[in-house]
Design a protein around this ligand. Sequence first.
Ligand code: 13P
Length: 260
Amino acid sequence: MKQLTIAGNWKMHTMPSDAVALCEAIVHHSSTANALSQGHAVVLAPPLTSLAGVVASCMGTGVEVAAQDCHAASSGAYTGDVSAAMVAALGATCVIVGHSERRRYHGETDVMIGEKAAAAARCGLVPIICVGELLQDRQSGNTNTILQAQIEGILHGLGQQPLTRAYLAYEPVWAIGTGVAATPNQAEETHHFLRTILDDGQGALRGVPILYGGSVTDKNAEELFSCQSIDGALVGGASLVAETFVAIIQAAIRVGAQAA
Ligand code: 13P
């Protein structure tokens, strides 16, 4: 059976009380429990200010909680940042690193992102490592070259740190928040390429599930999940409405059942 991961990245949305209400609506829905019982994974990534509240709401449900970033250092003079250990201490089990919005607005590089993933792993967190090309890269036919360079930089940053569990999230920047998702063919082709380069050799990312992100909705999730090399989704906007996010979870259940 195909086991999928459905992760919601809430970005800088939801005040603490809204976050807990959204979380409660998702975790107490019967489809969420069904999905988990069938081996699918559900991950919620609220803003840091809501992390503890969402962790408390998810306690005992099997739904995992992710932070949206962490620093690579264990402590230090980094005003405004949080370490992986601090995230873990709040009860999160995962952390997103290298989202294109962090790359764009905070100047994060591939090596830094690899270092963050290593810091996360050292603290027992599961890193969800993001890569993706810009529109001009895709239009000029450079998608694979860009992605390969991103992976190489990330592996360099990871160094010798073993990863017990991790995810790669392929998020084409042109698909994020635009309503224009990659077509299933585009996504499958790129995931297949990523699968090949990750599994080629003994790199730390060998075998990691690859999530697709970029305008995933309840309308396109089933078709994307049906693609052979797609192991789940990192959902932005559509994860902010419980009904829509649950509908995406239901799509995963249907695809899992078909592939059984
Ligand atoms: P959207 O689903 O809103 O396009 O965002 C995708 C994303 O950036 C998830 O990390």
